[in-house]
Design a protein around this ligand. Structure first.
Ligand SMILES: [Zn+2]
Length: 113
């Protein structure tokens, strides 16, 4: 899995109450530019595919210092004018063995020290 499409907001990190207990929140942005529409194969250079707001997805991460930890990812939504469908991005899965997870762990360790 590649993480080149995810930009972490290193300055944004917060600790707040979530479901009655302290939790850590990190923020990132998923950068995604579709080259074509998967529904009708319309290509983007024809200006048929336009940006259509953003959506926030929350990913649960392994606990840090016994605190529930979450990553909030902002995803760009696109709309295809040709077939009038919405293009959504898959939420990346943050697994123990992925590069993204290691990178984030490093960031978290850096923050908590
Ligand atoms: Zn389309």
């Amino acid at each position: 899995m590649k993480d080149q499409n995810i930009e972490f907001s290193e300055s944004k990190f917060e600790k707040c109450k979530f479901r009655g207990q302290n939790a850590l929140f990190y923020y990132g942005k998923l950068v995604y530019e579709p080259s074509h529409c998967p529904t009708c194969d319309s290509v983007k250079p024809d200006y048929n595919i336009v940006k259509n707001g953003t959506k926030i997805s929350t990913i649960t991460l392994p606990q840090i210092s016994a605190m529930p930890t979450y990553l909030k990812i902002q995803k760009q939504r696109f709309y295809c004018k040709e077939c009038q469908s919405y293009l959504t991005t898959q939420t990346p899965i943050v697994g123990e063995n992925c590069f993204i997870s290691k990178r984030l762990k490093n960031l978290i360790v850096k923050r908590s020290n």
